[in-house]
Design a protein around this ligand. Structure first.
Ligand SMILES: Nc1nc2c(c(=O)[nH]1)N[C@H]1C(S)=C(S)[C@@H](COP(=O)(O)OP(=O)(O)OC[C@H]3O[C@@H](n4cnc5c(=O)[nH]c(N)nc54)[C@H](O)[C@@H]3O)O[C@H]1N2
Ligand SMILES: Nc1nc2c(c(=O)[nH]1)N[C@H]1C(S)=C(S)[C@@H](COP(=O)(O)OP(=O)(O)OC[C@H]3O[C@@H](n4cnc5c(=O)[nH]c(N)nc54)[C@H](O)[C@@H]3O)O[C@H]1N2
Ligand code: SF4
Ligand SMILES: [Mo]
Length: 694
């Protein structure tokens, strides 16, 4: 008999609500959850999940490495042996170096609360998530202005009248709901401006496209602010009520005229003035989008701050059609939200110094809830602040998901123990000592998710089919490991139902409430605060802090002068990004998606290619001080002459993943270890590379 099951996709971290039709323990179809209006379908990656179910190249059972790291030599073992082995090795290492010698990294997911519980229980302060490498600086920028992280705000796409995107490639690097909401709004007249040195799919759909010089968006924004302030195009009442530091900003942008910005960005001064006026006419229903991936340049935090300041000048923060603050259970009138396992009382930590100095000496204002993951390889190699010996890589691949591949490889090789919990043989898994394979999201139930938003809801992932291989969900794996390490009492559950009950204990919601739609809404109507007097900014002043106490109390300026970007006649700024057919580094070996896009190419401007004698389709060498790689050229007019572009996620070397092994080039191969030292993101698009014909 066919049945429809409402659950959450996990082919990328967006976790869209989906409806899975199942018959005889087989997946018939995967669609958008019809109870969520903007979920009209799933993206190609979501649909391709089925390609993994019976894939013999998946990680199929617990494994212990038998040959050198990366040799592809493994023995399949039972769960008890794999877990005992992991715990015994940890005990040996912790006895000598302490639990702080263990670092735990993951892509934030529904088990994150239990990951944090695990670390607190074993007594290590060393956690980092993918978030910091993805968008740490956006998080810090947002907190410095409004006291909320980027994860705690969203764009009110449906009601926006003007949307301005800086390399936020919404129609390729998708979140399905947001993409559909924006498309619908555009159908009703919303205007889209897209700024990118490369003509992406989103550029092709925009009303107004600006081919900016790579890395100079901050200059554009300073000029926009100059025009908006000098010509009084801002929302005076809103700014008077909510903004601290307008006068300082006004003085600061005095010399950043549109004519000045034209030279730096290549965008005509008249276009900059026109954009400022158009946005202002639509205020407050304007979204200057703060971005999704915010890891481009060393000035990332100031660029992301400038975007949010533009929203503030438009009066758009917490206005319909602007940037809105997500609401939670308390805003919906409930006494409490989901109960967290990580809120239990844990013994004090022996040594609370973190490997990345996040929230401490090295990165005082980056978000300690996510850490500064880009620092991991150098911390291991330099044993700074102390030796790191163990890595738990759970749903995260630090080998390819960071800059400087060679540095990351050396760091991983130096570790005594790598424990990987994954579904695939990715870079780190292939180097691991022990693999604890997780069941695919279609095969497992997970802890509930609190979905904050204008209409907050609690969401559930539930198993649709039985696991095809000898795999387990992570909540089970973590409890097993914790028990073997003597801290099982912090995992007071046996089944997923026990977890759900624990989570819901204070909310007055029963688990049966999820049957109908897969989620439980906490509010029928969007919850909005009164923009005249009711916005609860979480900064010390309760206002939008252009003059930021977070920055200035920690010795960082609120308005550092703009530093012109180096021009290079013989090199290119390497830009990276995603395509619709793949998720970051994880889907290149998926049988369906591999067929759609089997390798990446290097976009290079036609004139520059001609000067180098490079023809379309030819293999070229790309090099920087970090390393060199080979990739086929895509010669095109659709990219700024100073930039080259490649898709992230290719260049896999794992012998176990036969479809993707040796296809294309990894961006990390040439990305230099450059950071935004204030905000915490790596600067993944800042490296200058040389391109040469072979
Ligand atoms: N060089 C470079 N580095 C980057 C980026 C870049 O563009 N270039 N992008 C950055 C960005 S934006 C991000 S978000 C991060 C992403 O970095 P990652 O999170 O490392 O990348 P993903 O490809 O999302 O997935 C990571 C791992 O999760 C595994 N996985 C997938 N599903 C499951 C599951 O259900 N269970 C388990 N246990 N494992 C699973 C995959 O097989 C893969 O090995 O990388 C960042 N790092
Ligand atoms: N299909 C698909 N969707 C995804 C993901 C995926 O892997 N695949 N991953 C999800 C994740 S983790 C993330 S973080 C988001 C990422 O979503 P986005 O942040 O929208 O984008 P990226 O794909 O990283 O693309 C970055 C774009 O920025 C442009 N760019 C590079 N340098 C500059 C510059 O100096 N100025 C400007 N204005 N533009 C520049 C590049 O040309 C590229 O088009 O996508 C999410 N959605
Ligand atoms: S964007 Fe696509 S892959 Fe990501 S969760 Fe949604 S449907 Fe799944
Ligand atoms: Mo990301």
């Amino acid at each position: 008999m066919k049945k429809k099951i409402y659950t959450l996709c996990f082919m990328c971290s967006v976790r869209c609500p989906i409806a899975v039709v199942v018959e005889d323990d087989k997946i018939v179809s995967i669609e958008g959850n019809p109870h969520v209006p903007a979920m009209k379908g799933v993206c190609p990656k979501g649909a391709a999940a089925v390609g993994w179910l019976d894939d013999p190249q998946r990680v199929q059972a617990p494994m212990i490495r038998t040959g050198p790291r990366g040799s592809g030599q493994w023995k399949k073992v039972g769960w008890n042996e794999a877990l005992d082995y992991t715990a015994d090795r940890c005990k040996e290492i912790f006895a000598q170096y302490g639990a702080k010698s263990a670092v735990y990294c993951e892509r934030v997911n529904l088990v994150t609360d239990l990951s944090k519980t695990f670390l607190k229980a074993i007594g290590s302060p060393n956690y980092f998530s993918h978030d910091t490498i993805c968008k740490g600086s956006i998080n810090t920028a947002c907190r410095s202005l409004i006291g909320y992280t980027d994860g705690q705000i969203t764009a009110d796409w449906s009601n926006a009248r003007q949307v301005i995107l800086y390399g936020r490639n919404v129609f390729e690097s998708v979140e399905v709901k947001a993409m559909n909401a924006l498309l619908d709004a555009m159908g009703k007249g919303t205007k889209l401006t897209y700024i990118d040195p490369r003509v992406s799919i989103t550029a092709a759909k925009a009303h107004n496209y600006m081919m900016i010089r790579p890395g100079t968006d901050l200059a554009l924004n300073y000029a926009l602010m100059h025009v908006i302030i000098k010509q009084h195009l801002y929302d005076v009442q809103y700014v008077d009520r909510w903004v601290e530091g307008l006068h300082r900003l006004s003085a600061f942008v005095d010399t950043y005229t549109p004519e000045w910005a034209e030279v730096e960005t290549g965008i005509p001064a008249g276009e900059i003035i026109r954009l400022a006026k158009e946005a202002s006419r639509a205020k407050p229903a304007v979204v200057f989008h703060y971005g999704y991936r915010g890891s481009h340049h060393p000035t990332e935090i100031y660029f992301r701050r400038s975007i949010m300041m533009l929203n503030a000048l438009m009066g758009s923060i917490e206005s319909p059609g602007g940037i809105v603050i997500k609401k939670g259970p308390k805003d919906a009138g409930l006494d409490a939200g989901i109960r967290k396992f990580s809120d239990q009382e844990f013994p004090p930590m022996e040594d609370a110094r973190r490997f990345d100095g996040c929230g401490q000496d090295k990165f005082p204002i980056a978000d300690a809830a996510h850490g500064v993951g880009a620092m991991f390889p150098s911390a291991v190699l330099n044993e700074d602040p102390y030796p790191i010996k163990v890595l738990f890589a759970f749903r995260f691949d630090p080998l390819y998901s960071n800059f400087d591949y060679q540095q990351s490889l050396k760091a991983l090789q130096k570790l005594d123990l790598i424990v990987s919990c994954d579904i695939n043989f990715g870079g780190t898994t292939s180097l691991a000592d022990v693999i604890l394979p997780e069941s695919l999201f279609l095969e497992r139930s997970d802890p509930l998710q609190m979905g904050a938003g204008l209409k907050p809801a609690v969401n559930r992932r539930i198993a649709c089919i039985k696991p095809r291989y000898d795999t387990q969900p992570m909540w089970w794996i973590l409890k097993q490991l914790a028990e073997r390490l003597g801290v099982g009492e912090y995992f007071p559950y046996e089944t997923i139902e026990d977890i759900w009950q624990y989570q819901l204990a204070d909310m007055g919601i029963g688990i049966e409430a999820f049957e109908e739609k897969g989620f439980v809404s906490l509010s029928d109507k969007p919850i909005r605060w009164d923009r005249n007097d009711g916005i609860k900014f979480k900064t010390p002043s309760g206002k939008i802090e252009f003059t930021s106490s977070l920055l200035e109390d920690n010795g960082f300026p609120s308005f550092p002068p703009y530093e012109p970007l180096e021009v290079s006649d013989d090199r290119f700024r390497l830009m990276v990004g995603r395509c619709i057919a793949h998720t970051n580094v994880m889907t290149q070996n998926n049988p369906y998606l591999n067929e759609l896009v089997p390798e990446n190419r290097l976009w290079i401007n036609a004139k520059r290619a001609a000067a180098l004698g490079v023809n379309d389709g030819e293999t070229v060498a790309v090099s920087s001080s970090a390393g060199e790689g080979r990739i086929r050229a895509f010669v095109t007019d659709m990219i700024h002459p100073e930039a080259v572009f490649m898709l992230h996620g290719f260049g896999h070397r794992e012998p176990e993943s036969r479809r993707s092994c040796g296809r294309g080039m990894a961006d990390a191969e040439v990305q230099e270890a450059i950071m935004d030292n204030v905000g915490g993101s790596p600067a993944l698009d800042h490296t200058l590379v040389s391109v040469s014909k072979l």
